[in-house]
Design a protein around this ligand. Structure first.
Ligand code: DX5
Ligand code: ZN
Length: 218
């Protein structure tokens, strides 16, 4: 059974606590929190203060996805705000020692993850495979919700699965972007353990039905 992680990016931020509580009651396994800084990606979303409000609205793990430069400056604040998992991007240019940031996440008390964009060689992640608890395969270009999944995504997920075996590593494989009930089974077949779904859940009329559809399809 895949882990279903609704992304609050498509939620109604005027009612964020209710939205998170509703998604939790509807069966969300984790809540996925998309943090954007206006540098790593053009958009700006939220920071630790809103993450704290999300934390207070649910008991399930918070999966914080940092689409930001200089993640080393902020990871401790997100853990302090209640993140259980913190994922940084291998492409963050400012960050010349991702291993140190991954260690800092663990030392702060959360599980470290590494995210990789669609155009980045998966090889870039290889040095870190035994340091991470999760590898997030971006299945859209980061920056906004509701996009169409990129071509070739399944092969990349399958390649990550092979890399995990070769490295004898044990991280979870997460897919993020464009995941819907109709491609959830393909994602799991390719090797995904965690399905992030923003618009598929928060733009539906019935979050429980949407989460069931994702899980059931897989
Ligand atoms: C994209 C974010 C994703 C996105 C998922 O930059 O990382 O989490 O919001 O949204 P959907 O499921 O609508 O593609
Ligand atoms: Zn995300």
């Amino acid at each position: 059974m895949p882990i279903i992680a609704p992304s609050i990016l498509s939620a109604d931020f005027g009612r964020i606590a209710d939205e998170v509580a509703t998604a939790t009651a509807a069966g969300a396994d984790w809540i996925h929190v998309d943090v954007m800084d206006g540098h790593f990606v053009p958009a700006i979303t939220i920071g630790p203060l809103v993450t704290r409000a999300v934390r207070d609205a649910t008991a399930v793990p918070l999966d914080v996805h940092l689409m930001i430069e200089e993640p080393e400056r902020h990871v401790a604040d997100f853990v302090e705000a209640g993140a259980n998992r913190v994922t940084i991007h291998v492409e963050a240019e400012s960050c010349d020692d991702p291993a140190a940031v991954l260690r800092a996440i663990r030392e702060a008390g959360a599980l470290p993850g590494l995210a990789v964009n669609p155009e980045t060689r998966l090889e870039e992640t290889r040095p870190y495979l035994r340091d991470i608890a999760l590898l997030l395969v971006m299945t859209v270009h980061p920056g906004k919700g509701g996009q169409h999944i990129v071509q070739g995504w399944e092969e990349r997920v399958a390649q990550v699965r092979r890399m995990r075996e070769e490295a004898q590593a044990s991280f979870l494989i997460e897919v993020d972007g464009g995941i819907k009930a109709f491609n959830a089974a393909q994602a799991v077949a390719a090797g995904a353990d965690v399905l992030v779904a923003g618009s598929a859940v928060f733009e539906s009329q019935d979050y429980a039905a949407a989460i069931r559809a994702l899980r059931g399809a897989a």
